[in-house]
Design a protein around this ligand. Structure first.
Ligand code: URA
Ligand code: SF4
Length: 210
């Protein structure tokens, strides 16, 4: 089976994890991507945000949520009363998965499979063990499935404060939609409604932290 497990360091904090993850060959996604995009932000953050996988910009820059979805997320966080600079941000899968319609054409994001999410899980587990956030914000279905199992549905649990056991630890979580889904909305009215929904869920997270 695909797994990142043999690439995890025996000891060390986030810097050791980041260095080791850069060499991960735990699943085939490292082959076509530019680099591993490990989590970033405050190592002592009270809140950890978990997305799906790096996008095109993140793959080029090596940092999570630095593209359009990241800008939207930062704006929504600030509006909800969470300082993005105080958070730790990461993804369920650490390499960009994409297809191209033609060689040299734009790279189009492709959802990771359950096997790839499972393979990459040890990195997320290690980040949780080191950062020990008080609250996890689950951004979309992939993050939810990676943390809570394949039966996770955003629509069923979004905007509620959840308590679940993850890797033997009781965690508090708030789930919401992925910021990219706001950007994909059909028209301005849908986009505005989706954005308001995201902010409203993030306010539940902000309240849980206060
Ligand atoms: N979407 C994600 O899920 N993560 C990123 O880092 C960027 C876009
Ligand atoms: Fe390793 Fe995850 Fe990248 Fe797969 S996606 S190679 S498991 S870091």
């Amino acid at each position: 089976a695909y797994t990142a497990e043999p690439f995890l360091p025996d000891r060390g904090g986030l810097p050791a994890l980041r260095r080791a993850a850069a060499e991960c060959r735990g699943c085939p996604l490292h082959r076509d991507a530019t680099q591993t995009v490990f989590g970033a932000g405050n190592a002592h953050a009270r809140v950890m945000l978990v997305g799906e996988q790096p996008g095109d910009q993140e793959d080029r820059q090596g940092k999570p949520f630095v593209g359009p979805a990241g800008r939207l997320l930062d704006r929504a966080l600030e509006e909800a009363g969470i300082d993005p600079a105080e958070a730790y941000v990461t993804n369920a899968v650490k390499h960009f998965k994409f297809t191209r319609t033609e060689p040299r054409k734009r790279r189009i994001h492709k959802a990771p499979t359950l096997r790839e999410m499972t393979a990459c899980g040890p990195w997320l587990a290690a980040e949780l063990a080191v950062v020990e956030p008080e609250l996890i914000v689950v951004l979309g279905a992939t993050a939810g499935k990676a943390l809570l199992g394949s039966s996770f549905r955003v629509g069923e649990v979004r905007g509620a404060l959840l308590e679940r056991e993850i890797h033997g630890r009781q965690e508090k979580l708030v789930a919401t939609v992925h910021p990219s889904s706001v950007l994909r909305a059909q028209d301005d009215a849908d986009r505005k409604a989706a954005y308001e929904g995201l902010v409203s869920d993030l306010k539940v997270a902000a309240r849980a932290l206060s």
